[in-house]
Each structure stands twice: as C-alpha cells, then as structure tokens.
Design a protein around this ligand. Structure first.
Ligand code: SF4
Length: 354
C-alpha cells in the first residue's frame, strides 16, 4: 500500500519531531558527552536493552574504559566482567574487537569530529557486531550523515503516522518496509537530530501500549488518529508461535564451594553457568528446587534447577575428567562472569551461605 502522506508533509513532520526533541529529550550520559566512542558504547548496550537499565552500566563502563585506547588494551575477562548482567555477551566481545580494530587503524573515536573512518553505514557495517540499524544510527546520530536508522520505535511511529494496517510476518519484514519510506522524513539540515528525535518520540509519546496522542506534536498529520484507527493494533504482526524448551540444570554447593560450568560456545564463550544435569553423569537422588523462565527469539526456555540430596565428601570426585566444570569458592563468584539469569538466581540462593 502506498503511504498517503505527500513529500512536503513528510519533511514537515521531520521538522516538527526535531523541534519537539530539542525541548523534550531526556538527559542521558551519552548525550551529555556525545563523542563517537560514547555513542558507539551506548548503541551496543542499547541493543535488546532498555535505556533505564543501560544508564548505570554505561556510566560504570566509561569510568573503567574512558577511551577507545583503554578499551582496546583491556583483557577480554575485564570486558566481560564489566558487561556482566547486561546479557547477550557477544555485544561486549564485538565492542572490544571494534576498539582493537580502530586502534590498529589509528582511528581516534574519542572525538566529536565527523569526518573520520568509519563514516558511512557501509563502512560501519564492516566492523564486528555492527548491523544495519547500528550502522545507520552511528553514521547519522554521531556523524550527521543524512541516512535513516530504522528500529522498532521508528517502525511503530511511521506505520501509525501513515495508518499502515497490513500485517507483517516479522520485525525484519516491517523494518524492510519502513526503510523504503523512512528517509523522506529527514529534514535536510537536521539529519543528525532527526533519527534520535523519532526514536525518542516513539519511546516517550507514541508508545506501544498507551500513546499520548493528546500531547502529540504531529497529531494533525497522523492518519491513524485522524481516521480514528485503532493505533494500538499498528503495526500489526502475525502471532509468534513460541517453541518451548526445557533445560535441566543442577545446583551443587557444599560448604563454601560451588560447581559451575565454563561454557564454550560462540555466543557464551568464557561465561559461567549452572551445569546441565548431563554434565554430572552420576546417578544422584535429586530434587527440584527452582525454575527460571525466559524467552529468546522464538524460544520459551524453562530451566529447571535440581539439587542433589546427597553429595560425596570430596566434591572433586564430581568434576574429575570434566574439564569444563570448576570448583569455585563462593567468595570468588564475584570475580567471574556468570550468565545473567543464573547470576541473579545464585545471588539470591547463596545469600544463606554468606
Ligand atoms: S497521534 Fe497518537 S498514534 Fe499518531 S503519531 Fe501521535 S502519538 Fe502516535
């Protein structure tokens, strides 16, 4: 369906959004000091994570790695530890790789200078962990390029403004659709703030569940509002069918010692987690003590935690010939990086032992 707004009106909407942004934007640490490095760190952290969660992590990160040089020189262990709790650890690893690559190329990202490599979305996309959205966001927000960055917020806002009622198969399909119209809204002389403006507008006004149409600066241009469409159903997505997966884990703790497993997958390399029952191939009398549930993409994962009723005197017996399993004093848990849900669960569970 051809969106109904005329070109001039689209550009006008872009101007209205940037004016609104100047007056209403939140004060965020990466906006207070908008060096390209700070923007890069914030974009990596904001992938899959909300602003309120990111702020304390960002501040701690910049305290520990204040520049691209310091980050490049840090060990992977330090980087993962600083990221612990934000999840999706590949982001931390890729950010570390980007820092090393920049230093190799003698690029200083601790600047607000616009004309440095990488500059275009195409150049940004050549770096590890930088996909289409992040590349466009960095080129536009940090370097004033006249390109549109399209995330979930932008999809929602532009679909509502245009009254788009078609049903999308997936988020990717919706992003692809909206990318064809997004650049028409960029004001020629305000491209840097436009992308941030429309994302902020989507986060604060045109929200998914309760859009504040009574405070909307573009209400007169919004087809959904003017045609009295149900904007809560825009954009429309086909129902996701989740696949349920049950994972059985085991919590082994004796005295001041726990057993954890060092994972060795591409996604979670060098991160610790509770061992799977299969990791301890010893017939034990076990009892269910907890459940951890989470969703990743199309999977609903239910992790059932079991505790053995009886343990051998010497826990080393359980880790013999299993190099991925480690015996760890509880007081050292704070020094290693544990996957987010397991860290939260252990922190609660182990309170009794401390
Ligand atoms: S009028 Fe309401 S639905 Fe339309 S853009 Fe504004 S907040 Fe969103």
């Amino acid at each position: 369906m051809e969106p109904p707004l005329k070109s001039i009106e689209k550009r006008q909407i872009g101007y209205l959004l940037t004016d609104w942004f100047v007056k209403n934007k939140r004060i965020l640490p990466w906006r207070t000091n908008p060096s390209i490095y700070n923007r890069l760190v914030s974009e990596f952290m904001l992938q899959q994570t909300q602003v309120a969660t990111v702020i304390p992590y960002f501040n701690r990160w910049i305290g520990q790695f204040p520049s691209i040089e310091v980050l490049a020189q840090a060990s992977e262990e330090q980087v993962l530890k600083a990221w612990e709790g934000l999840g999706y650890y590949m982001r931390a690893k890729n950010l570390h790789k980007v820092a090393k690559e920049m230093i190799k190329r003698s690029v200083n990202l601790n600047t607000t200078e616009l004309d440095i490599y990488p500059r275009t979305p195409k150049e940004w996309k050549q770096l590890p962990g930088i996909g289409d959205y992040t590349a466009h966001a960095l080129a536009s927000i940090a370097q004033s390029q006249c390109v549109a960055a399209v995330d979930g917020n932008v999809v929602r806002v532009l679909c509502r403004i245009n009254g788009i009622q078609q049903s999308f198969e997936s988020k990717n399909q919706a992003v692809k659709y909206v990318k064809n119209i997004a650049h028409f809204y960029i004001p020629f002389d305000k491209s840097a703030s436009y992308n941030e403006a429309i994302m902020e507008f989507g986060a604060l006004i045109c929200k998914p569940k309760n859009p504040a149409c009574d405070r909307c600066p573009i209400v007169l241009h919004c087809c959904s509002f003017q045609k009295k469409l149900n904007c809560l159903q825009i954009p429309k997505f086909k129902k996701i069918v989740y696949v349920k997966r049950i994972v059985q884990r085991i919590f082994i703790c004796k005295g001041q010692i726990t057993i954890l497993k060092k994972t060795n997958t591409k996604r979670l390399h060098d991160i610790f987690e509770l061992p799977l029952i299969d990791d301890i191939d010893k017939k034990m009398f076990i009892q269910e003590i907890a459940k951890i549930s989470r969703s990743i993409a199309y999977e609903r994962i239910e992790e059932i935690i079991f505790e053995p009723q009886y343990l051998p005197e010497d826990l080393k017996i359980l880790t013999q010939n299993r190099p991925s399993l480690i015996l760890l004093p509880i007081c050292e848990l704070k020094n290693i990086t544990i996957s987010g849900p397991h860290r939260r669960w252990l922190d609660r569970q182990l309170l009794a032992y401390l």
